[in-house]
Each structure stands twice: as structure tokens, then as C-alpha cells.
Design a protein around this ligand. Structure first.
Ligand code: ZN
Length: 317
């Protein structure tokens, strides 16, 4: 059998990771490159003229125009962290390379930190990945589907009636050869026309050609100028329809990931963050070597978020 080029690509080996990000200095340099690729830029006045002040831990960049002092992590979701940057980068690496996802518990063992610390770090990184994904829209040919995800709790109702099941919409874009390129998977408030119209306006470019099953709410993608075609299954199981091959594979892999690595995950509370992280990895699967840098990039773009805000349940539109 032919080997799948994506699955068999060389990732970043642990040895390479150590060589690239094994010290605090290397991590600072990687963050500087991610945050200020053309050199330090003052966050207050945008000047590039600066001097360096060496502090106890991280060096400070002092703007020569407005005297503002900044570190490479100030103003990002890493702000005020007490953990070594090498621990953060190891987390970027482990989260980025884990094909079926990694749990906070597993992360805590690999990083040598307690569970609460690992949870916080994991959720901050997933939030950054998810926000990065929000800045893109899908375009071209799209397969779309609806699903309920998440586990039941002991004593709860099973199946669709379960109070922990989260309604989600998944879409995947295909290239001209019919191969999957990018995906978007997010929770929605329900499968209503309003929710789907809002979803489409946030995640699809006008002009997409959307294929879905006969669920009525998918017609709402036309409100933002997308074409829509519904394939009615006529007694066949939607899973058996070749038209939906890629979206079915995507959803099936996602379910494996959730049940395998994240059995303790509070999916109904943090679905958006988790799914955003999942899409982030999927959408960059062609270049596993770059994944750690890409996550560092996303983290640098994400604003600080206190723990209490991270622990509040997300609200979906
Ligand atoms: Zn300045």
C-alpha cells in the first residue's frame, strides 16, 4: 500500500527540538523572531529605536522615544509566567506533534509540573491556537456537516439528549483535485438558520460552493453569498455517501481524538478552545517541523488572559 505522504513526513525529532529550543536563550530568540520579525517594535509608540536593560530574568527592551520598557512576553498570553520558557516550548512541541491530541494530565507528567499548572498552560495555548484560527475563513469547495460531540457524565442522559453534548458545525475545504485542505470546526448554539448564517459569516468567504446533507439550516450559507447544494441521503446512511467522504473522515478522527486523549476534558465548557486547537494542527499538518514555531507565533499574538476568565464557560453564537 502506498504510504501517505502527510502521515509519513518527518516531524521535529526530540533531539532537533532540544537543539532548537533547549535553553532559555534559544526560547527568547524564537519568541523575538515570532513577535518582532523585523526587530523590536515599541508596543506604545511603534518606534524601532531601543536599548536593552538586563533584568533578573528576562531582558527588557527600552524604547528610546517614549521610555516604555517591555519584555518579549509582556502583552502576550505568556505575560507574568513564572515557568521557564523551555517548559512552555516543550508544551508547544508536545501539543503540536500529538496527532490525536494530548490531555492536560499527560502534559503535566511530561513537563514535570502539577495538574493545575499544566491545565492552565494547555488552555492558554489552545486559546491562542483557536484565536489564530478565527482570523481565517474557508474558501472554494466546501463539505459541511453537523454533529454532537462530548461525553456523557455518570447519571446523565445518553446520546443527543445528553446535557453535555455540544452541537458543532464542521466544514472542510477541498482543492480542485478534491483533496482536503483546511478545516473549521466550532460549537454553535443550535442547528438553526440564524446560528448557521452567523457561522457562515464568521468562517466562510462569500462565493464558497457548499455541499451539505438535507438539514434545513445549512441553506443559510446563501445569506453571505455562498452557493449551496444539499445531498439528500434517500435512505442511505450519510456516512456511506461518497460526496461526504472527507468530512466524515474528519469527524471520525475528531471523535477518536476526544475519546482517546481527552476523556477527562470538560468538553461542554471548553469546546471552542479544544476544537480551535484541533483545527490549528490539522490546517498545518503539511509541515510538522514548523508546528512549534507556528504555535509560538500564535501565543505571541494572543493577549493576556487571567485564569478566572479561562475557567469561565464559553458562550457560543
Ligand atoms: Zn515607545
Amino acid at each position: 500500500m502506498a504510504r501517505n505522504g502527510i502521515q509519513f513526513q518527518k516531524g521535529l525529532s526530540l533531539l532537533d527540538f532540544q537543539r532548537l529550543y533547549g535553553t532559555e536563550e534559544l526560547c527568547v530568540a524564537a519568541l523575538e523572531q515570532a513577535r518582532w520579525p523585523t526587530g523590536f517594535c515599541c508596543p506604545r509608540c511603534a518606534s524601532h529605536d531601543y536599548g536593552i536593560v538586563y533584568g533578573r530574568r528576562l531582558k527588557r527592551y527600552q524604547c528610546r522615544i517614549c521610555r516604555h520598557q517591555a519584555t518579549v512576553i509582556a502583552g502576550t498570553i505568556l505575560q507574568a509566567t513564572k515557568l521557564p520558557l523551555t517548559v512552555w516550548f516543550l508544551a508547544f512541541y508536545l501539543i503540536g506533534q500529538a496527532k490525536t491530541g494530548i490531555s492536560s494530565l499527560e502534559l503535566s507528567r511530561h513537563l514535570g509540573v502539577n495538574y493545575d499548572t499544566a491545565w492552565l498552560l494547555h488552555n492558554k495555548i489552545m486559546k491562542a491556537m483557536s484565536e489564530r484560527e478565527d482570523s481565517y475563513v474557508l474558501f472554494g469547495k466546501i463539505q459541511m456537516d453537523d454533529a454532537y460531540l462530548g461525553g456523557e457524565r455518570p447519571g446523565g442522559k445518553p446520546g443527543r439528549g445528553s446535557e453535555n453534548k455540544v452541537p458543532i458545525v464542521a466544514a472542510i475545504s477541498l482543492n480542485n483535485a478534491g483533496h482536503p485542505i483546511y478545516t473549521k470546526i466550532t460549537p454553535v448554539s443550535g442547528f438553526t438558520s440564524e446560528a448557521l448564517a452567523k457561522w457562515a459569516s464568521q468562517h466562510l468567504a462569500p462565493g464558497c460552493a457548499v455541499l451539505s446533507d438535507g438539514l434545513a439550516c445549512f441553506r443559510s450559507v446563501t445569506t453571505i453569498g455562498c452557493l449551496h447544494e444539499a445531498v439528500v441521503s434517500r435512505g442511505r446512511h450519510p456516512k456511506d455517501l461518497p460526496e461526504f467522504r472527507w468530512i466524515n473522515i474528519l469527524l471520525s478522527n475528531l471523535k477518536t481524538s476526544i475519546s482517546g486523549a481527552l476523556h477527562a476534558f470538560n468538553f461542554d465548557k471548553y469546546a471552542k478552545r479544544y476544537l480551535g486547537g484541533y483545527c490549528f494542527r490539522f490546517n498545518r499538518r503539511f509541515d510538522m517541523k514548523e508546528m512549534t514555531d507556528r504555535i509560538a507565533n500564535a501565543v505571541c499574538c494572543c493577549k493576556p488572559c487571567p485564569e478566572r476568565a479561562l475557567r469561565v464557560a464559553e458562550v457560543y453564537g
